[in-house]
Design a binder for this molecule. Sequence first.
Ligand code: ACO
Length: 328
Amino acid sequence: MDRTMTYAVIAGSGSFLPERVVSNDALAAELAERGIETSDQWIVERTGIRQRHLAERGVTTSALATQAARHALEDAGVTAADVDLIIVATSTPDFVFPSTACLVQAEIGAKGAAAFDVQAVCSGFVYALTTADSFVRAGRSKCALVIGAEVFSRILDWNDRGTCVLFGDGAGAVVLKASDEPGIIAAQLNADGSQTHILCAAGNVAYGEVTGDPFLRMDGQAVFKQAVTVLDKSARKVCEDAGIALSDVDWLIPHQANVRILNFLARKLDMPLERVIVTVDTHANTSAASVPLALDAARRDGRVKAGHTVLLQGVGGGFTWGSVLAKM
Ligand code: ACO
């Protein structure tokens, strides 16, 4: 460890899920009214998802992000006035512009703090955290708020049972502070833009109307295979870069898409399932929000403790993926 270096430490975390909980049974009943067949059994067996939180109409990504941010600030024992950087990872921003981060900045009163969004779909939080870590290490930020927030329910085709049962809405956040001790030990990000077609929402606002397809489309099996392969590689690479063994990682906290992906990954990495944080059963896939939601849940229930080494992993549309290794 180089004592002359500045590191970024995760000083606090917070999360927020919309009040409305929709169980698999309730969703199946809603879809049945439109002639679409699904069941709790199918969803649990294929994904491990039992319920999702769905934001009421009019509740925005920035509203969820603001609540998660407030909880993270409180947990870290800092105020909005201390924050000099806000990065929001989202693929469901309130507007084309301004960024959701600017809306959160105004809402919490972090006057003057730099604010921008990062768009890397389900890898968004890991991308945003790596970006904020770079700012802190370079001395350009002393206290950063990194948020993953989504209202994915707005971009789902509720007539497509292959996707609409998989996602939920929510937000998670962490506060990163400059410190002489690590902190974030290593990070690595990747993308393969030739794989855009396996997971995309290929629509846009142009000429005053929506052009293209405004709904999320996915080749589920291709995404499944890619996710397991790249998360395995990325976990090994980030540990190698940090010079630590995978067996020294206390907690694996991957993107919460599907319990079967998590089980496959754990098996490939030889990581006991007891050391993998799983929250997808309670909130489904919340895209950029899923990793901070899982981290916050595990910190609050006492599994992740100070001094533990955690491996945070994102994977999603783009295709994008990445890992952050951090000492808590
Ligand atoms: N309820 C009941 N039946 C369904 C449903 C549903 N909700 N959805 C699909 N089916 C049916 C299909 O129509 C198909 O029927 P058929 O055999 O009569 O044609 C059958 O189930 C099998 O469909 P598959 O798509 O082959 O099912 P699979 O076992 O691949 O499971 C799933 C689908 C769950 C999407 C899986 O591919 C998967 O988990 N992929 C990973 C994708 C993922 O997690 N994406 C999240 C976003 S990406 C990310 O976050 C990284």
